[in-house]
Design a protein around this ligand. Structure first.
Ligand code: COA
Length: 102
């Protein structure tokens, strides 16, 4: 999703048989390249606190935790009272590609 100068990642998914082979990183690298061309300077996303692998993945790619949305997600559709926090993460995109960046 694109806003004037920032983009939101709603979801990224890699086939479970192909995880941890660098495809997620490659996808993000391609996205950043395309966003830079469009003068987008920031990526934002939200992830469930329980999704530790995605949080690690995004941190490894340079995303920082910006804030926490308390009780944002419904954990269990049958029991709406069980809720889970959402973590908002962001990445600043430099205007020019730097060596070894994403
Ligand atoms: C998150 C996801 C996109 C990562 O894709 P991927 O192709 O497996 O990730 P990569 O192989 O590019 O990993 C790059 C780095 O991120 C980190 N990372 C990725 N998966 C990780 C995991 N399960 N645990 C810890 N670190 C992880 C590692 O540092 C990894 O580098 P390394 O393998 O050299 O150690 C993938 O796990 C996925 O599809 N998850 C389910 C959907 C999801 O939760 N999407 C995000 C919601 S917004």
């Amino acid at each position: 999703m694109l806003a004037p100068d920032s983009a939101d990642i709603l979801n990224i998914g890699i086939d479970p048989d192909f995880k941890r082979q660098g495809y997620g990183r490659a996808l993000l690298k391609h996205l950043i390249k395309e966003l830079r061309k469009r003068n987008i300077r920031e990526i934002l996303l939200e992830v469930r606190t329980a999704n530790k692998s995605a949080i690690q993945f995004y941190k490894k790619q340079g995303f920082k935790v910006i804030s926490v949305r308390k009780n944002y997600y419904t954990k269990n559709l049958k029991n709406q009272s069980k809720r889970e926090d959402g973590i908002i993460m962001g990445l600043k995109i430099p205007s020019t590609e730097i060596k070894n960046d994403l």
